[in-house]
Design a protein around this ligand. Sequence first.
Ligand code: NAD
Ligand code: 6OD
Length: 477
Amino acid sequence: MKPAHYVNGAFTVAGTPFPLCSPVDGQEIGTVPEASRETVDEAVNAARAAFQGAWGQTGTEERCAYLRRIADGIEARFEEFVAAEVADTGKPRELAATVDIPRAIGNFRAYADLAYGLSGRAYPTTVPAWSGSGQALSYTVRRPVGVVAIIAPWNLPLLLLTWKVAPALAAGNAVVAKPSEETPSTAALLAEVIDAVDLPPGAFNLVHGHGANAAGEHLTAHPGVDAIAFTGASATGSAIMRNAAAHVTPLSFELGGKNPALVFADADLERAVEGTLLSSFTHSGQICLCTERVYVQRPIFGAFVDALAERARQLDGYGPMISAEHRDKVLSYYRLAVEEGATVLAGGGVPVFGDARDGGYYVEPTVITGLPQTARTVREEIFGPICHVAPFDEEDEAIRLANDSPYGLAATVWTNDLSRAHRVAPRIDAGIVWVNCWNLRDLRTPFGGVKASGIGREGGEHSLDFFSEPVNVCVKI
Ligand code: NAD
Ligand code: 6OD
């Protein structure tokens, strides 16, 4: 694999190449060009020219047609996209083929529909005597923000990139996108699809490379960027914010999480166990929405924790951590948990497969108990297949424990008591609360976090709001 930058409608591999390694066996599978500051400049300048030129002249209908053609183009190369996502991330093919790539296609179709269906507001206004009396009409139109920088992480590479690219283009912006250095391949394929649908040159640009002191930082600190949409770690968000402050660049941030699950004694036990297995271990815990803290009401604590640990021990076919560095971070938390006094009920180490995967970055699905709420393992985002299970007695206590976190992205509530579900959900510090389910995503709904988990909301009209500026026009009649 040799992913290329896409700048001003042309592919280039300018820049020092760095190796791309498979997380499955650690072997090199390709090289990626590191975009220099000059390449980033070219991309931003191309985006500006497109915004002021042909792309800026397009109407909503035309842009929505482009989005639909991009969706069709990904669909036509579906297997290639799936293979590239699996190669970069090591995730099970099933996940890429049922979530990542279909959702990327869905993002373009959803934003074509949403942008086409948008309407402005109008306010008939009575004109005061001092202004001449009579009537006026105030109405709101949207205009694109301009050149937007989009920075994506490695866990759901194409899904999360297109979740921003689709609304940004739909709203009429010109885009410079940077995927994670760990997972550049599906973004590079997306550039090929976009090239094939003849989007005006410069409307979409793609640069590859690292973050700090590299392409990501050159892009987000660039004075020619009018808005930044970023998904990644909270610490990276702080670094981007510092750079963005210099130009007061608007930000949309989807950041880290330490998501709680609350399991009440009235819940369907089996459903709660299977749901928690899914929410803690899907993609080996490398989804920002994954559960890392489980609070279970005391009467069912023993039965729940035994069943969850048993099911975690049975898991197979799971994927690796994205990199050796991330595997080492996750394993350092496995060790820390024990040092902090945890009881390990399942996993806690590195699996031995007896094949090429032993050269990869796997860790075991892990269930622990026995830590105080103050333990670092319970407070810090690990982003791996581990959850800590603790008991609680009262509903208020469960809510207090859930909210006792610097993060506030997502939460899951397991209960058969309808009143309890409605009572508890809005009291949790989170942007998304699932009741008796997890990661059920209607693309029209708001998505985002509170506290250190983010700034703003994406999803549905929220993304279109970020990627456009409302202008109020007041006409005296
Ligand atoms: P990361 O923050 O290390 O990297 C994300 C992206 O930012 C990459 O493209 C990287 O190159 C770039 N980057 C890094 N430093 C930068 C800098 N100083 N300036 C500009 N760009 C920079 O995150 P990651 O390791 O790729 O992803 C895992 C993290 O992302 C976890 O914390 C996870 O919770 C979070 N995440 C959040 C969401 C969400 O929707 N809230 C979704 C997925 C992942
Ligand atoms: O499904 C989505 O729309 C979405 N934004 C998922 C985010 C997952 C974070 O890792």
